[in-house]
Design a protein around this ligand. Structure first.
Ligand code: HEC
Ligand code: HEC
Length: 329
């Protein structure tokens, strides 16, 4: 069945897409959500380009050592492949860097799901002691003195280079990072039946039907974006997750559910990078996680065969889409 969908993007541009509904095993197909550009930050090619330069620029950090891209690398699906990210002077963060691909779809930002917009988030790593450790005033004076940046600020925003220009352009760049064309997408949303191997199809069935994974990691984004305790620890130690925002004990161990898109590229896993491989992730869930009073009750033990485990991992591999890399070669 062919359906025509009219998407109004940003209230300005009308784009019509023809999608073929595929008879997926789940019987229904949900569409990709649309990216909401904030009213005060409409996107443009020039703004994205300025944001891209800033994202890659080590001059945003103390000692010109670290850029956003140091911890969010394109070749690793915008993560850094180390358990705890490393900032200036070898300092370590407490957490594993999440992908910023598809960041434009995030209803809230950070593992604690507490920052509303990318614009508000962008200044956090810049000022954070263990990340880029820059004082905003010093940084803005430094960037203003770079003709390329001050000219772009004038042309795009009609103002001097300031925090507004910095946060708006970096966010516009991040909203341009889309990765939604994995082989799973081709199979599920574009009706290309041969896009997945039989093993990957069996893995998808296991993931979505026989286990309970889609309760929290459902397509299209493979996350419900909710802060949840998945039983990673019985004692969360120093990093109690969302608890640190409101000091509410029912929030201990709650972290925003991560998307599983490009999951094969973004190891190690979980908020602290403590789970090394996808096999280790499956072992965590199959034992039902660790006991914790806030652990979500949907996480219960299960047992699967070695072949089923292989199918599940093949399915994860089918969630890889590196077509965004064409912009970074
Ligand atoms: C030193 C490594 C490091 C640097 C540098 C860094 N980040 Fe991050 N980033 C992280 C870590 C770790 C997190 C997770 C923090 C948390 O959730 O508490 C994160 C989280 C994010 C998120 C939230 C993603 C989500 O799923 O909620 C965004 C967006 C982001 N960073 C963008 C940026 C931008 C823009 C810059 C540059 C201005 C930057 N980062 C610099 C390590 C880094
Ligand atoms: C009740 C919600 C829930 C269910 C059900 C669930 N997860 Fe998760 N998942 C989470 C949360 C929350 C995290 C992040 C925890 C953290 O960072 O400490 C996570 C993290 C992951 C990660 C690591 C992602 C990353 O980027 O670090 C993988 C892989 C994963 N889950 C796979 C699965 C699989 C496979 C299943 C089914 C067996 C499953 N999940 C079921 C909530 C859930």
């Amino acid at each position: 069945m062919t359906i025509r969908f009219l998407l109004i993007l940003g209230g300005i541009v009308s784009v019509s897409l023809f999608l073929t509904e595929c008879k997926s095993s789940s019987g229904s197909v949900s569409l990709y959500p649309t990216i909401e550009h904030p009213a005060d930050n409409p996107s443009s090619e020039a703004k994205i380009e300025l944001g891209r330069k800033l994202f890659f620029d080590t001059r945003l950090s103390k000692g010109d050592a670290i850029a956003c891209v140091s911890c969010h690398r394109p070749d690793f699906a915008f993560t850094d492949r180390i358990p705890l990210s490393q900032g200036v002077e070898g300092r370590h963060t407490e957490r594993n860097s999440p992908s910023v691909l598809n960041a434009g779809y995030l209803p809230t930002v950070m593992f604690d799901a507490h920052i509303e917009t990318l614009e508000k988030q962008a200044i956090v790593p810049i000022q954070e002691h263990v990340e880029m450790d820059m004082d905003m005033k010093t940084l803005l004076n430094k960037l203003r003195a770079i003709p390329e940046y001050s000219e772009a600020a004038r042309e795009i925003f009609d103002r001097d280079f300031d925090a507004w220009v910095l946060t708006r352009s970096i966010s516009a760049f991040q909203r341009s990072l889309i990765s939604l064309n994995s082989r799973f997408d081709q199979y599920y949303y574009q009706n290309e039946k041969s896009a997945l191997t039989d093993s990957e199809k069996r893995g998808w069935k296991l993931f979505s039907k026989e286990l309970y994974c889609t309760e929290c990691h459902a397509p299209p984004m493979f996350t419900n974006y909710e802060p949840i305790n998945n039983g990673l620890y019985s004692d969360y130690g120093k990093d109690k997750g969302r608890f640190r925002i409101h000091n509410d004990s029912t929030d201990i161990g709650k972290f925003k559910v991560p998307s599983l898109r490009n999951i094969d590229l973004t190891h190690p896993y979980m908020h602290d990078g403590s789970v090394r491989t996808l096999e280790d992730v499956i072992a965590h869930y199959s034992k039902g996680g660790n006991p914790h009073k806030n652990k979500d009750e949907r996480i219960v033990p299960f047992s699967i065969s070695d072949d089923e485990q292989t199918d599940l991992i093949h399915f994860f591999e089918a969630l890889t889409d590196t077509s965004y890399m064409k912009d970074f070669r």
